[in-house]
Design a protein around this ligand. Structure first.
Ligand code: HIF
Length: 288
């Protein structure tokens, strides 16, 4: 006969409510841990989600957020990933609290959470990524090199399957965070509110006058008005290239259009190469 004890229990299948709990835990940790950089780990979480996803190669179907292979050397030691241990360590207590979530789902969910919590657009998200072993690590050189030009941006991002408009929209995320001399060698934030998601990156790119910074570090640009902000060579490429500049102007003028188009393309970035079982995306409720 059957009683409750002999009824087989299936594996734990998390629901949207379970993922919202993970979101809430990341949001709470972001609100609690303010003794870092400009007061938030949010920007470095966005960078982790992007570097996990941006290794995708559409020709071979390799790389992308499915796998979380940045847990392992050699990928964790790739120059482009310098400093991201900070973000991975920040999420470790969340992984301990919710052991059922994969690292690859957690890293992308945390990126979506950070964008929302820093005042950005909603980033609809869906689960389904599985962690892979060290053998799935991608080769070095798949992420962009900030010292390069518009051709490099097109090479790297078209390998992931993005068009010009999508490339420009994505790079608006440089409203967040800063460069660190001990990570990339570059130095400084892109705008005065690096913990607020906005279209400031585009507005400043157009409205400020940018000159090459005089220092011993790598070539970067600084604003004429305050000499405290920065642009990378790849950021400057967005106003040198006419096809890119058209979108910089659109986004600099209209924050609503930027938010909408950014959300669509960031969702696409986080999903590159993932064999999802579900069509449905979750819209997480942001904290107050
Ligand atoms: Fe970044 N990016 N990124 N980036 N990035 C840095 C920091 C951040 C590029 C280079 C750099 C994207 C595209 C490109 C963020 C998010 C995104 C740094 C500084 C460099 C050098 C790292 C450091 O020193 O700490 C290049 C060359 C890109 C292609 C053009 C994405 C679109 C903008 C895909 C994206 O989302 C974020 C956030 C940071 C800030 C991290 C921090 O620690 O504050």
């Amino acid at each position: 006969y059957l009683n409750s004890e002999s009824t087989p229990k299936g594996p734990f299948v998390p629901t949207q409510a379970d993922y919202q709990k993970v979101y809430d835990a990341v949001a709470k940790r972001l609100a609690d841990e303010t003794d870092y950089d400009d007061g938030s780990y949010g920007p470095v979480l966005v960078r982790l989600a992007w570097h996990a996803s941006g290794t995708y190669d559409k020709e071979t179907g390799t790389g992308g957020s499915n796998g979380a292979t940045m847990r392992f050397a050699p990928e964790s030691d790739h120059g482009a990933n310098a400093g991201l241990k900070t973000a991975r360590d920040f999420l470790e207590p969340i992984k301990e609290q919710f052991p059922w979530i994969t690292y690859s789902d957690l890293w992308t969910l945390a990126g979506a959470c950070a964008i929302q919590e820093l005042g950005g657009p909603t980033i609809p998200w869906r689960p389904g990524r599985a962690d892979k072993e060290v053998a799935a690590c991608t080769p070095d050189g798949r992420l962009p090199d900030a010292a390069k030009d518009h051709r490099h941006i097109r090479d790297i991002f078209s390998r992931m399957g993005f068009d010009d408009r999508e490339m420009v929209a994505l790079i608006g995320a440089h409203a967040l965070g800063r460069c660190h001399t001990d990570r990339s060698g570059f130095d400084g934030p892109w705008n005065f509110s690096p913990t607020v998601f906005s279209n400031e990156f585009f507005r400043l790119l157009i409205e400020e006058k940018w000159t090459q910074k005089k220092w011993n570090g790598p070539v970067q640009f600084t604003d004429k008005t305050t000499s405290t902000l920065m642009m990378l060579p790849t950021d400057m490429a967005l106003i040198k290239d006419k096809a890119f500049k058209k979108h910089v102007e659109r986004y600099g003028k209209d924050s609503e259009v930027f938010f909408k188009e950014f959300s669509d393309v960031f969702v696409k970035l986080l999903e590159l190469g993932v064999p999802f079982q579900t069509e449905e995306r979750f819209v997480f409720k942001a904290s107050e």
